[in-house]
Design a protein around this ligand. Structure first.
Ligand code: HQG
Length: 185
């Protein structure tokens, strides 16, 4: 399968497994899972016919491992990034002392005032390293990386989860736990 098709399928799956399952007649279970056969039938009916082997290839080769099959291989879900309410059932996890959030300059003023909010998604997404956060920010323009004092947040009682694909999730980050770039940097 060529890269363009893999990417197209990944985007299509993200849209329907994270944001708008009803658009193609799907409903996610409370943990975000959908039956693989039901998904393949919905894809077929919506002009996105895909074999099970192709779906497995997309899951296995996806650049950010965005999707996961369950142990039996009968259900699939997005590992994070949902805007629809799902409970991924992830246990609370101890974050490293610092995590990183990639964003862009035009929202910094708002983030200084309000901290990080999940916006359209269910969680604030944090990266384990600056490189990943830089890529996340670069989706929207010139990236700005904000260090997050995750260890201190945890000590203050904030809860963190680590998604199956290595993204750190938390409900919100108050401004006091963020480090902002200084003037001129
Ligand atoms: C910003 C991608 C104003 C925040 C990535 C971000 C990630 C605020 C945007 C995943 C704000 C939300 C998530 C506030 C936060 N005022 N703006 N108070 N608080 N923001 O896409 O972290 O390719 O929901 O900085 O790699 O950019 O989809 O979050 O710019 O892992 O798999 O509001 O999505 O993965 O944007 O990205 P998003 P994100 P996928």
């Amino acid at each position: 399968m060529n890269e363009a098709r893999t990417k197209r399928i990944s985007k299509y799956l993200s849209r329907h497994l994270r944001h708008d399952p009803a658009r193609i007649g799907l409903s996610l279970d409370p943990a975000g899972w959908v039956d693989v056969d039901v998904l393949l039938a919905a894809l077929r009916q919506n002009g996105m016919a895909l074999s099970r082997a192709e779906l497995e290839t997309v899951v296995a080769t996806n650049d950010k491992r965005r999707f996961a099959l369950d142990e039996a291989g009968t259900r699939i879900r997005a590992s994070q990034g949902h805007s629809v309410a799902v409970d991924l059932g992830l246990p609370p996890a101890q974050p490293p002392p610092y995590l990183y959030h990639g964003t862009v300059g035009r929202v910094l003023e708002s983030i200084r005032a309000e901290g990080l909010r999940p916006m359209a998604r269910q969680h604030v997404h944090l990266s384990p390293d600056r490189e990943t956060a830089t890529r996340v920010g670069a989706r929207r323009g010139k990236p700005v990386v904000l260090p997050v004092a995750a260890g201190a947040m945890r000590e203050a009682g904030h809860v963190f989860h680590l998604s199956e694909n290595g993204v750190w999730l938390t409900a919100a980050v108050p401004p006091a736990f963020l480090r902002f770039p200084g003037i001129g940097s």
